[in-house]
Design a protein. Structure first.
Length: 294
């Protein structure tokens, strides 16, 4: 497996503290309430490509500052199943009240909105209210997941495409289930037909920033391989999901108030850890648009 990062001491304008040798880093020496100079921005962007998940503690930014930082990464996009912050069409809310008994949104490994023809490239999330414990987010490295497969299996996977849809999020499969997501997060007024619409992406993609190959598959949105039935697809999909989630491919980020985090939605998966029942958690997020996976 290729190392995901070079020596963190190569950074001159920021301090980079890796979480492990695979994915994730905490960034210090940056004030996101101010506009970043070009040299600092280039180092942040390099750290983002090196570590896939980077976060900045103690950043009490406003909605406008959240937008300004996010727009340095690219154009913003809407996510239809999420509620918007009042007066801000491109800031979405991830909120759970202490008395909420609904299912925690995002509690399975996934990449966001891969059912779009052009799925998100990244997400920038800000912690507003966090529980005194729990509510962490797990991340995993899809470069590492691909690179630790045998050459023979990689050759097979390179030829496959996967069928994605949002049917389990707001399509017919969602409405057929008995458990529902938290009403604070998932909207229920969305078009079921749109939720069932299918999009095909390569199972293995090349990252436009790094040029590296990575798996592009997740259990929330992928329905089957193109040209195969769900029954035929499931054995290999289950193997890939188990392989991706091996501990050595992952990191776990603990949230703190005013922490700002960005993850690469193309070569990383993430999951919410639902271990804070009876406690409030409130985040705001922006979503960076990306090209069609290839």
């Amino acid at each position: 497996m290729t190392a995901i990062y070079d020596n963190p001491l190569k950074f001159k304008r920021i301090e980079v503290r890796p979480l492990n040798s695979t994915i994730g880093a905490e960034i210090h020496g940056v004030d996101l309430t101010r506009r970043l100079d070009d040299d600092t921005w280039r180092e942040i962007l390099q750290a983002f490509h090196d570590y896939l998940v980077i976060y900045f503690p103690d950043q009490p930014i406003s909605h406008d500052q959240h937008l300004a930082f996010s727009e340095r990464f690219g154009s913003l996009m809407d996510i239809p199943q999420l509620h918007k912050a009042e007066g801000y069409d491109m800031i979405h809310l991830i909120k759970r009240d202490a008395d909420d008994t609904g299912r925690v949104i995002g509690e399975s490994w996934h990449a966001d909105s891969t059912y779009f023809e052009q799925p998100p490239a990244a997400v920038v999330m800000r912690a507003v209210t966090v529980p005194e414990f729990g509510g962490d987010t797990g991340f995993l490295n899809m470069y590492a997941a691909y690179e630790t497969l045998s050459p023979a299996l990689r050759t097979v996977l390179d030829t496959l495409k996967a069928v994605h849809s949002a049917t389990r999020i707001y399509g017919s499969a969602y409405h057929a289930q008995k458990r529902k997501f938290s009403a604070n997060n998932a909207r229920v007024d969305l078009d079921i037909e749109a939720g069932d619409r299918e999009t095909v992406h390569p199972l293995v993609c090349t990252h436009p920033g790094s040029g590296r190959r990575h798996l592009y598959v997740n259990p929330v949105y992928v329905q089957r391989f193109e040209g195969m039935t769900e029954a035929e697809s499931q054995p290999l999909l289950r193997f890939l999901y188990d392989h991706c989630a091996r501990f050595e491919h992952t990191c776990r980020v603990r949230w703190r108030k005013d922490q700002v985090l960005i993850w690469d939605n193309r070569c990383a998966m993430h999951k919410a850890i639902p271990d804070y029942i009876g406690r409030a958690r409130y985040m705001t997020r922006t979503t960076i648009a990306g090209p069609r996976p290839a």
